[in-house]
Design a protein around this ligand. Structure first.
Ligand code: ME8
Length: 511
């Protein structure tokens, strides 16, 4: 039996169009999914859309559509975005699907049967933009007198009958969870924030609304729809077939990692495990949160008109180039900014020059001087062994980095080898050996092909199409592109195709 791996993205609200922040989260989760597949795991990668709640109902009304038609349209656009970004999801869940209604009703019943739900009256502040409740003490007041949530979203006073979840009863169990599983929340800075929030005491949570209808009905409680976050979080088990314990996908639960932005860590690291504990279900292994992207140093916003459309970015710079940039430019947990000069520099220096050119130089020498035939591994010098060993260690190094979502470190480790290979080719100067020592020239070029093969193999999850082309050029057959296959050397004498550049330089369009 192969090992299972389950990774998810947040399900995105369908109130507006997808932007680069959504694409980023999905690409990061995609790299994890692809790496695990390459490493022999059976993977379940889930993404999708969050379609209920007041925020979506209002956006639909503004668009002059009923909420379902509106959600159909925007959800399809998010799906198209995922496809265009090379996101290899195994399932695309929508919270308006019948399977999800059934799953939510059952989750509610289990939590209620365990005595963790009671009927009351909610009175307090609510931010529709965040779909979240806030305490008075958390709010600030804008110059015009509007009360604002810590996220900057305006809040309104709400008063209505509501069911409550006994979140207060889960303070100790949650603290125990964070202590026993120190890497349940990554990165550590976010974990500390969650810890102090939970240590500060938890109030019971309002989990139903009666002032609007766009939601999943609460079982046996006419007029109540479920709080959109209870509905949304539950998508992660719906997709595994909950409540059918014999569903084929149930084996994937609990999830290995929920990838989320830092804005929604509280929902995933506090509410979600508490709901699951209350329902008697196993808990996810990790919630890994990432930082925020700004554009040329500015917050992305519709009013500033600087929202980046991911498909547009790909049209300008190329898909693999964008995927690489997003994971390389900033540490996962930290914030970063997307700028044209930074993109061009990553593309032209690291991709076109350091990696693309290295492959092109090595392969053209084989094409021109060795008839395009892969030379044998000759007698190795200390330098050959050192470089080959560094490349040989990459798979283990990347596994460790990606198991803690350190994408940026993973790419840095690959680039150490790429830079070492550039230094090696310059020092060995195989083009000069052509006249003095043909055998040594073959050995040097073979070392370079072996190193490039290891590099391209582990980079496939980041840049699937380009690395596929590089492996074609290196003569690596399809069935020899997994991590396990790296243990087996390429066959001497393999005929290599005519080399072609993989990464074009970005050239500014003529003014
Ligand atoms: O919160 N930088 O959906 P959402 C980086 N439906 N990431 C960003 C970003 C930015 N500037 N802007 C958005 C929801 N994101 C809920 C989730 S899950 C059960 C329900 C990403 O459409 C980031 O992953 O508001 C963030 O967490 C997510 O989009 C929020 O998407």
């Amino acid at each position: 039996m192969s090992k299972c791996f389950y990774v998810s993205t947040p399900i995105y609200y369908v109130n507006g169009a997808p932007h680069i922040g959504h694409a980023y989260t999905s690409i990061a989760a995609d790299v994890l999914a692809r790496f695990k597949r390459l490493d022999g795991f059976e993977v379940f990668y889930l993404t999708g859309t969050d379609e209920h709640g007041q925020k979506v109902a209002r956006a639909a009304a503004e668009a002059g559509l009923d909420p379902q038609s509106f959600a159909d349209r925007v959800s399809a656009d998010f799906r198209d975005m995922a496809d265009k970004m090379g996101v290899s999801y195994d399932d695309y869940i929508r919270t308006t699907e019948p399977r999800h209604y059934r799953s939510c009703a059952e989750l509610w019943r289990r939590i209620a049967a365990a005595g963790h739900i009671y009927l009351g009256h909610y009175e307090g502040w609510y931010a529709v933009r965040d779909e979240a409740f806030y305490d008075e003490a958390e709010l600030t007041t804008a110059p015009d007198g509007t009360k604002l949530a810590p996220s900057g979203a305006p809040v309104a006073w709400v008063r209505e009958p509501s069911y409550f979840f006994r979140l207060s009863a889960f303070q100790e169990p949650l603290l125990k969870l964070y202590e026993e599983q120190p890497d349940f929340i990554l990165p550590a800075g976010r974990r500390n924030e969650v810890l102090s929030f939970v240590r500060g005491g938890l109030r019971d949570l309002s989990i139903s609304r009666t002032s609007f209808t766009w939601g999943i009905p609460v079982p046996d409680a006419p007029g109540h729809v479920m709080y959109v976050w209870l509905d949304a979080l539950n998508n992660y088990v719906t997709a595994c077939g909950f409540p059918d314990a014999d569903a084929p996908r149930w084996k994937f639960w609990p999830a290995d990692v929920h990838v989320v932005g830092k804005d929604i860590i509280r929902f995933h690291a506090v509410y979600w495990p508490a709901f699951l504990m209350a329902a008697g279900l196993p808990l996810p292994r990790r919630v890994s949160s990432h930082g925020w992207w700004t554009v040329e140093g500015e917050k992305m916003s519709k009013s500033l008109g600087n929202v980046i459309e991911p498909r547009q970015l790909v049209a300008t710079y190329g898909l693999d180039q964008v995927r690489y940039f997003l994971l390389r430019e900033k540490p996962f947990g930290g914030d970063g900014t997307i700028s044209h000069p930074a993109l061009v520099s990553r593309i032209n220096v690291e991709l076109a020059n350091e990696l693309g050119n290295l492959a092109q130089r090595s392969l053209s020498l084989i094409a021109r001087n060795l008839g395009g035939v892969l030379p044998a591994r000759g007698e190795a010098t200390a330098e050959d062994t050192e470089l080959r060993d560094a490349a040989g260690a990459l798979a283990d190094v990347l596994r460790e980095r990606l198991d803690r979502q350190a994408f940026h470190e993973a790419l840095e480790e690959v680039w150490k080898v790429v830079r070492a290979a550039n230094a090696y080719i310059d020092r060995q100067a195989p083009w000069a050996l052509r006249k003095t020592d043909l055998v040594r020239m073959g050995t040097v070029l073979r070392v370079l092909v072996d190193v490039l093969r290891a590099v391209a193999t582990v980079l496939q999850p980041f840049m699937p199409a380009s690395m596929g082309r590089m492996l074609d050029q290196l003569g690596v057959p399809d069935q020899a592109r997994s991590i396990a296959a790296l243990a087996h050397p390429l066959a001497d004498g393999t005929r290599l195709p005519a080399p072609e550049g993989v990464f074009p330089r970005y050239v500014e369009p003529a003014a």
